[in-house]
Design a protein around this ligand. Structure first.
Ligand code: SF4
Length: 294
C-alpha cells in the first residue's frame, strides 16, 4: 500500500489544487483524519458522500462541476475505467486482527486440507497472515492472482477463485460482510467459508447460497412469463452496459415482450415503484441481483 507521502507526491505531479475525494464506505470513520492530513500539504479537498462500492464508480463529471482537478479514489484499485480528469487510486488496507478469529474457530476447517484463499482489496495483508498460519498448521494453501493482488476478488470478478477451484477442498474468504463472499459462493461448487474479521467468526454461506439458487430458479420461471420487463442499467462509468441493454431489449421485443430500459445512478428497487412491470433484468453491478429481483 502506498503511504500518504507517496500519494501527496502523485497529487503534486498533476499540479492539483482542488481534489475530489471518493472513499470506500469502510473508511467513513477515518476520512476526516485523512483529509486533514492531505490539506496540510496545501490542497483543497471536496469529500463525496455518495455511496461508493467499487472502482467502477469514477465521478469525473461531478468533479469537474465542482472545479476539482484530480480525483483521489481511496480504498479501491484501478481497473481501467476511463476518466476526463486524472484519478489517483489509493489501495487503502485496513488494520485488522484476522488471526484471533481464525485460531478461535480453526475447528471449522478440520475437514479441509487444501484451502484456496481469497480476499477483497482492503484485507490483502490480513490474508497474507492467514496464509502463513494455515501453512504452519499443515494446510496446503492455494492463492491465485488475477487482479492487482494475489487472491483479490471483486463482487463482479471471482477469477482468483475459479482458477484454483479444481485444486482445493474449500475456499476461505478473508474480509468482512457478505457482498464478496456470497458472490464467490454462488460462482463455485466447492464450499466457501468466510473468516469475517468484523464479526470475529468463521461461517459457511451454503445456506444463503441455497436460498439464492432457489429464488433465482423461481425468478427465471417468472421472468419467462413476464409481459412487461425493465432492463436495469447504471450510468456509473465502469458499469455502463447500455449497448448490451439495447440488444437485449430488441431480442425480448422480438419475442413479444414490452421492454423498458431503466437508468440509475444508485440502483434500488424502490425507485421502480409506480411503474407497471412484471419483471426486472439487472445489467448493473451483478451483486445487486439479490436486492433487485428478489
Ligand atoms: S460492478 Fe459491483 S462488484 Fe464490480 S467493482 Fe463495481 S460495485 Fe464492485
Amino acid at each position: 500500500m502506498k503511504d500518504l507521502e507517496e500519494i501527496i507526491e502523485e497529487l503534486k505531479k498533476f499540479r492539483a489544487k482542488r481534489i475530489f475525494i471518493q472513499f470506500a464506505d469502510g473508511l467513513r470513520y477515518k476520512i476526516q483524519e485523512i483529509v486533514k492530513k492531505i490539506e496540510e500539504h496545501g490542497f483543497e479537498c471536496v469529500i463525496s458522500l455518495e455511496p461508493l462500492y467499487g472502482a467502477c464508480d469514477v465521478r469525473d463529471l461531478e468533479s469537474e462541476r465542482l472545479d476539482c482537478d484530480v480525483i483521489l479514489h481511496i480504498g479501491h484499485s484501478n481497473f481501467g475505467v476511463p476518466s476526463r480528469i486524472p484519478v489517483v487510486y489509493w489501495d487503502y488496507f485496513y488494520e485488522v486482527d484476522a488471526l484471533y478469529a481464525l485460531k478461535k474457530e480453526i475447528d471449522k476447517l478440520n475437514q479441509f486440507k487444501k484451502i484456496g484463499l481469497i480476499t477483497s482489496l482492503q484485507f490483502v495483508p490480513a490474508m497474507e497472515k492467514v496464509k502463513d498460519y494455515l501453512q504452519k498448521i499443515g494446510k496446503e494453501v492455494y492463492v491465485h492472482k488475477s487482479l492487482k493482488y494475489p487472491g483479490q476478488i471483486l463482487g463482479c470478478d471471482v477469477r482468483a477463485a475459479k482458477k484454483i477451484e479444481k485444486k482445493v477442498d474449500c475456499f476461505l474468504y478473508v474480509g468482512a460482510g457478505k457482498f464478496h463472499s456470497l458472490g464467490v459462493t454462488i460462482a463455485v461448487k466447492k464450499p466457501v467459508l468466510s473468516l469475517d474479521v468484523e464479526k470475529k467468526q468463521v461461517y459457511s454461506l451454503e445456506k444463503e447460497k441455497n436460498v439464492w439458487l432457489k429464488k433465482k430458479a423461481w425468478y427465471d420461471v417468472k421472468l419467462k412469463d413476464a409481459r412487461r420487463i425493465g432492463i436495469i442499467v447504471c450510468w456509473k462509468k465502469g458499469q455502463n452496459r447500455i449497448d448490451e441493454a439495447e440488444k437485449l431489449k430488441k431480442e425480448l421485443e422480438n419475442k413479444g415482450k414490452e421492454v423498458y430500459i431503466l437508468a440509475f445512478d444508485n440502483v434500488s428497487k424502490d425507485k421502480t415503484e409506480g411503474l407497471k412491470l412484471d419483471g426486472l433484468i439487472n445489467l448493473a453491478c451483478p451483486r445487486l441481483d439479490d436486492e433487485l429481483i428478489f
